[in-house]
Every structure is written in C-alpha cells, then in structure tokens.
Unconditional design. Structure first.
Length: 67
C-alpha cells in the first residue's frame, strides 16, 4: 500500500510538469490517481478481512486445543 501511495504522490508532485502537455493529459493522470485510490481501498479492505480471519482461526485453534 505504501508503494501505491508513493507512486500516487510522485505523480501528484510531477503534475506541474504537464502544464504544457497535450489536452487531456492531466485528466488521464487524475483518472489514474483515482484508480490507484480505488486499489488502495480494496487492499485495505482485504487486509482487514485477513486480520479478521486470522482472529477467527486463532479462536478455533484455541477451542480445538482445549478439547
């Protein structure tokens, strides 16, 4: 997730370089940044799910070990 954030930040920092670019370049960059943000959100959601599943597995393991 840090890698995507860094990539997004680098693009935002360099957007000023595209002031004289062809029309639509900044729009394309903005769409790309939006997609990166969506990917970040999906990764964060998946990470939360993984943590919840780990907790469930630990709980089940403790129950099985206690029997």
């Amino acid at each position: 997730m840090e890698r995507l954030y860094t990539a997004r930040q680098n693009i935002q920092d360099k957007t000023g370089m595209f002031k004289n670019a062809k029309p639509g370049t900044n729009e394309l960059l903005n769409q790309f940044l939006e997609r990166l943000t969506d990917i970040d959100k999906k990764i964060a959601g998946a990470e939360k799910e993984v943590e919840q599943l780990k907790k469930k597995i630990e709980k089940i393991e403790k129950e099985v070990a206690g029997k």
